[in-house]
Design a protein around this ligand. Structure first.
Ligand code: SF4
Length: 96
């Protein structure tokens, strides 16, 4: 996504969200959550497992294209979105 496509008000609201004050990753190197290789994410994932705001983080980052959010990789978040979509489709058909 080109930089000029960012929704600046949403971005600022996300950055200043109160739950971020409790994030276990505060003060840690940001690049741990944007690894170029899977093994580089090990430290980030270990920290995310202890984070008290993991759920808030996952909600905020579910649609993000890059990085680890709520302890989930890009692939993990894509899988969660797919499961939620299938559940929503089933609910819409009264199949739940
Ligand atoms: S779950 Fe989110 S807020 Fe918590 S440590 Fe991981 S990346 Fe940071």
């Amino acid at each position: 996504m080109p930089d000029d496509d960012y929704d600046l008000p949403k971005l600022l609201a996300d950055i200043t969200a109160p739950w971020r004050q409790q994030a276990a990753c505060r003060g840690k190197p940001t690049w741990w959550w944007y690894p170029t290789r899977d093994e580089h994410a090990t430290a980030a994932i270990a920290i995310c497992r202890t984070c008290p705001v993991r759920s808030d983080c996952l909600t905020a980052g579910l649609d993000e294209a890059h990085g680890h959010w709520g302890g989930e990789s890009e692939r993990g978040r894509r899988r969660i979105r797919q499961i939620r979509s299938i559940r929503a489709q089933r609910a819409a058909r009264g199949l739940t």
